[in-house]
Write a protein that binds this ligand. Sequence first.
Ligand code: GDP
Length: 454
Amino acid sequence: EEDFDLLQGVDAGDESVRYLPALPVIAIVGRPNVGKSQLVNRILGRREAVVQDTPGVTRDRVSYKGEWLDRRFTLVDTGGWEPDAKGIDASVAAQAEVAIDLCDVVLFVVDAMVGATATDEAVVKLLRKADKPVFLIANKVDDVRQEPEVYGLWNLGLGEPYPVSALHGRGVADLLDEIMKVLPTVSAVAKEEFGGPRKVAILGRPNVGKSSLLNKAAGEERVVVNDLAGTTRDPVDEQIELGGRVWRFVDTAGIRRRVHLQQGADFYASLRTQAALEKAEVAVVLLDVSQPISEQDVRIIELVLESGRALVLAYNKWDLLDDDRRRYLEREIELDLAHVAWAPRVNISARTGRHLEKLVPALETALDSWDTRIPTGKFNAFLTELTQEHPHPVRGGKQPRILFGTQAATRPPTFVLFTTGFLDPGYRRFIQRRLREIYGFEGSPIVVNMRVRE
Ligand code: GDP
């Protein structure tokens, strides 16, 4: 029963930490030169265009915080639609697809003076399929006399076109009023925005030394806020200063207050681990070096990987290690934990305090990797080089090609490859390996997804 309480108290809504709800996301999509940047500046209330909407200049997704009346939102400018060797349509459609996935409302901008082009039509097809509100924006309608130009855009099947002049601001206020009518107050797609101290889950099977580690950390360093009251009766999180910055250790109640359950202990332990991971950005998984690495250890690491959180491995009770056990340990690590060889490793003793200070740089490295974004241009250069050196093997007379790739998300870094056919699992692993070779991503899982174009 207590365990369920803990799970329900997952969101500790206290004032001391900025727990920002995920703001709704508005994505702007459109060809180069239709005036997206100008519109972004208008919506953000800037006087001058700070970004030039120049064709051929690679820009990546850029997001801004915006406000209209009392509503706040994130505005994502998809940019990066430069024509590439493989033809503009693939990259435009790819960017649009990613933008659609990541937003609550889409603003599709066309140049009303030019009308819809073939590239526009390709995007329209995707937009019609998306179950997201789409605003068709007819830009460059600087004058009421130009409004008739807009009627032709009804043919796109995206509903009523909104004539605006991003340059002069004409029609933009009305447009924003309409957008606010359909924009949710909390995003249905964006993840919680992490603000304030970074959130750490300390995980590990019973008796690996979780509470010893917490006590050591809290006892020897300054405790900034202890026993942050959650929605449950019990303390949920603790903030502790380590290495000059404050960290939020989540769900410490579950560590400090030992619950001995006879039946289903594994099940509850796993629920608790998942609840802690929900709230955390990075997990420290403790392993007891005096014991063989167990199935339970591997399962906990598996839960971290599933959650997509950053990972640090802490080998605890180092003071108990003798030479014999040490040799076995290294062998066990090679056998059982080879799949997380990318996680930073610290050898510590929660009892003596040995090397506890190494935990902080390990956490920082893992979080930096977790936050990393590789610009689309760079990522495609990486893909081009990789496929030139190691083309995908021919399967049944066919050879799937990668048309375009983009990093769709961070936390963890998530890549999408647009391909002409299914890539072999082995080839996808090869791409992952190469990504790590080139970019490191120490301490963070990385995800490579695929979208096959017929
Ligand atoms: P938890 O269940 O993961 O919270 O584990 P505890 O912190 O309660 O530790 C379980 C036992 O291991 C206790 O008896 C601790 O004193 C002991 N322990 C924890 N860390 C160390 C360590 O680094 N070295 C040694 N020798 N014992 C430790």
